[in-house]
Structure formats: C-alpha cells, structure tokens
Design a protein around this ligand. Sequence first.
Ligand SMILES: [Zn+2]
Length: 68
Amino acid sequence: MEYRCARCHAKFSVEGGEVAHACPRCKAEAGLDPVMRKVPLPMVLFGAFLSVALVATVVGGILSRGGG
Ligand SMILES: [Zn+2]
C-alpha cells in the first residue's frame, strides 16, 4: 500500500495490509493519504488536454510552413 504525506509530500509504501502510522520523513502522524493505483479523472483530462495541445501545435506548425 502506498501513502503520500500531506505535510512534506513524501511518497512511501508499507507492507501489504499494513497501515501507515507516521511519515518516515517528517514523522507526521496525520495527513497520510493512501495513493490509489487508479489515475484520478482530472489527471486523465489534463493528459488528454496536453495531447490535443501538442497535436494542435504540430499541425499548426506544418500548416503555417506549408502555406508560406
Ligand atoms: Zn511527511
């Protein structure tokens, strides 16, 4: 199970089935968020947006070069 510390943003993992009690880096006992394996939807949308922006940039560059 992977956790992320909300205080120092350190990512760490504990043995399967165990629960994290404190951050190994800053020793914070609160704000340990379990990291989900699934990619959150906002990240998927952001990735899709980046892909579209990249394609638009490449196509725009080709079009502007060809039209000159
Ligand atoms: Zn920490």
